[in-house]
Design a protein around this ligand. Structure first.
Ligand code: AMP
Length: 282
């Protein structure tokens, strides 16, 4: 396994392999790897000849009051995990490798970037789209792997790839959860023991939504308000949003009935930690 910092060296190493007919699978991450990330890596390992994992905590997707400085960076552990999964390359650039002095180009995926997470995290998806486009150019993978956990990110990346004719296939993998249902997240490490317990209200509210829909309660407003009610019963949980939207364009379903393909997404603050989760109605 090689660990590469320079975008130029990364591109060249992969160009040589591509010219020998090797296929490339790419897993972009911010590190602090857990089983969610590993599920993407394992899928890439199955599908493609060369597996590239990027580890880059992208400053441009964090707001000024967010956790960029405190975001976990357990690099040694991440290297061991990647080695165990037989990753071929870790791409681990520095901030200035990606954004050298004079950097001025950004990508906005209009309309999709200001709703849900984009509302309370202005500029977040502009940072995400920009870094992912840059990584796609550097790695030039055949297939890139993303988790359904970040549902809005997936929709935005798929739109960007289509709109900009980026020659990569996007594969979306299911949400990996702890045994008790909490979606794995690098930010779960911020939670105290009590908060970790309180956070279970998130998957529970999604279970409640699923149960309501299966029992025939399909009015989007009604389902959302019952979820909100259940979450607010827990004193430490503060909803940022609870939304039921069309999965294709993130348009709110509000007064309409929930149909197949609806995305039920939520962001909840547990103490100082903001967690997201979602479920797609099948
Ligand atoms: P991050 O390091 O948080 O930027 O995540 C890197 C990739 O891993 C993204 O595509 C995430 O959606 C994905 N991911 C994070 N958590 C999970 C999870 N619990 N299950 C599946 N994929 C995940």
């Amino acid at each position: 396994m090689r660990i590469i910092r320079s975008p130029k060296i990364m591109s060249e190493a992969l160009r040589r392999l591509r010219s020998k007919g090797k296929t490339i699978g790419f897993v972009p991450t911010m590190g602090a790897l857990h089983e969610g990330h590993l599920s993407l890596i394992r899928r890439a390992r199955k599908d493609t000849d060369i597996v590239v994992v990027s580890i880059f905590v992208n400053p441009r997707q964090f707001g000024p009051k967010e956790d960029f400085r405190h975001y976990p960076r357990p690099m040694r552990k991440d290297i061991l995990l990647c080695r165990k999964e037989r990753v071929d390359f870790i791409f681990h650039p520095s901030g200035t490798d990606i954004y050298p002095a004079g950097y001025r180009t950004f990508i906005t995926v209009e309309g999709l970037d200001k709703v849900l997470c984009g509302k309370s995290r202005p500029g977040h998806f502009r940072g995400v789209a920009t870094v992912v486009a840059k990584l796609f150019n550097i790695v030039a993978a055949d297939i890139a792997y993303f988790g359904q956990k970040d549902a809005q990110q997936v929709i935005i990346i798929q739109r960007m790839v289509k709109d900009l004719n980026i020659p990569v296939k996007i594969k979306v993998m299911p949400i990996v959860r702890d045994k008790d249902g909490l979606a794995l997240s690098s930010r779960n490490t911020y939670l105290s023991r009590q908060e970790r317990q309180d956070a279970l209200v998130i998957p529970k509210s999604l279970d409640l939504a699923r149960a309501m829909i299966e029992s025939g309660i399909k009015q989007a407003d009604r389902v959302a308000s019952l979820m909100r009610y259940q979450i607010k019963k827990n004193k430490t949980a503060k909803p940022d949003y609870i939304a039921i939207v069309d999965q294709k364009d993130l348009r709110p379903l509000d007064g309409s009935r929930i149909k197949k393909g609806a995305l039920i997404a939520l962001a909840i603050r547990i103490g100082n930690t903001r967690l997201i989760d979602n479920y797609i109605v099948r």
